[in-house]
Design a protein around this ligand. Structure first.
Ligand SMILES: CC(C)(COP(=O)(O)OP(=O)(O)OC[C@H]1O[C@@H](n2cnc3c(N)ncnc32)[C@H](O)[C@@H]1OP(=O)(O)O)[C@@H](O)C(=O)NCCC(=O)NCCS
Length: 210
């Protein structure tokens, strides 16, 4: 199955896929401009896991994650924090409901990141101990689902996590998405539930690499 690292040239196709496959997801509400900046920033930062699955030369699937989430998030904020903040503000200016939800659920966290960026500080040190990577998004074009692309993307992420020396990979998925059956099928272990800052409930999954 043709899975490879995402390039900058793949970003528009991956973002279109994101908006089409996960239109109800929080990030999708920020729109295409923000998502393109987000994907490019995610890709540029070290420690990321950014894959696409191609069929007949077209991007039909994508996976975002990080083998080293702490390192990756810091680098992403340091390198692209201002660009992300700019596009976030543009998205908020055009959507009052989004602006309100963001202020209620995430303003403090985002402001903290920007404050550290402005002070050129890198934030609290990454805790020593087991390295747990994460998968944040797996997307397969509706017309290409059920053909093994999702499995190929997740298996490539598992291989990359192993190569990077991770102890495990984790992910969360909403309980109402059929994706939970997909992760069950791929051998991920259900660890329980967690609530996000905005109160949504997610199922937590883990895949041990050692
Ligand atoms: C979930 C998703 C990534 C799966 O990708 P896919 O390419 O359709 O899945 P695959 O064809 O690789 O399936 C792999 C295995 O999981 C099983 N599976 C996939 N979706 C399933 C479902 N909804 N219910 C039960 N089993 C499922 C398949 O039967 C297959 O099993 P097998 O290999 O033993 O035959 C895809 O359906 C998708 O993009 N969904 C919408 C977005 C989403 O929910 N993403 C996850 C949260 S970010």
């Amino acid at each position: 199955m043709p899975v490879r690292e995402m390039t900058d040239a793949d970003v528009p196709a991956a973002v279109s896929l994101h908006l089409a496959v996960l239109p109800m997801e929080f990030l999708s509400r920020f729109g295409e401009r923000f998502l393109r900046t987000y994907y490019r920033a995610w890709r540029r930062a070290p420690g990321g896991l950014v894959l696409v699955a191609e069929v007949d030369g077209r991007v039909r699937g994508a996976l975002l994650g990080a083998t080293s989430p702490g390192v990756h998030t810091r680098a992403m904020v340091r390198q692209d924090g201002w660009r992300l903040a700019r596009d976030l503000l543009i998205a908020m200016a055009g959507d009052r409901a989004l602006a309100r939800d963001l202020l209620v659920t995430r303003a403090r966290r985002y402001a903290g990141g920007l404050y550290r960026l402005a002070r050129r500080r890198s934030g609290p040190p990454v805790a020593a101990g087991p390295v747990v990577g994460e998968v944040t998004h797996v997307l397969v074009d509706t017309a290409a689902q059920g053909k093994g692309l999702g499995r190929a993307l997740v298996e490539a992420a598992i291989a990359a996590g192993r190569e990077a020396g991770d102890d495990a990979l984790v992910l969360v998925t909403p309980p109402d998405l059929a994706a939970q059956h997909f992760y069950d099928r791929l051998g991920w272990r259900r660890e329980g539930e967690m609530a996000s800052r905005s109160g949504e409930v997610f199922l937590r999954y883990r895949y041990d690499l050692r």
